[in-house]
Design a protein around this ligand. Sequence first.
Ligand SMILES: C[C@H](O)[C@H](O)[C@H]1CNC2=NC(N)=NC(=O)C2=N1
Length: 93
Amino acid sequence: MEKMSETEINERLASMEGWGYEENAIHTSLEFDDFKDAFTVMTRIAFEAEKMNHHPDWSNVYNKLEITLSTHDAGGVTEKDFKLAKIIDDLVS
Ligand SMILES: C[C@H](O)[C@H](O)[C@H]1CNC2=NC(N)=NC(=O)C2=N1
């Protein structure tokens, strides 16, 4: 899958609330009521990621979840990252 240009990435991000571009990846920060809610969403994301064979880089501290998406093989952001970002947005909205 082909790495997208920074211009293309920023165009796509313009219509996505809560996501930003930095260091060859797109990022979002999510906050939940508690750990249980955060981990429930992580589990749902994990199953979707596994289906796509495309996995987030993430960290969780109690009710907070930081997510970074990039396509490691391409060394940057590809359409797959936007596909997973959309799935994540749909899961939390
Ligand atoms: C072997 C396996 O298909 C690859 O390592 C997949 C797995 N998940 C992946 N996830 C992400 N984010 N980027 C990849 O390049 C990637 N590659």
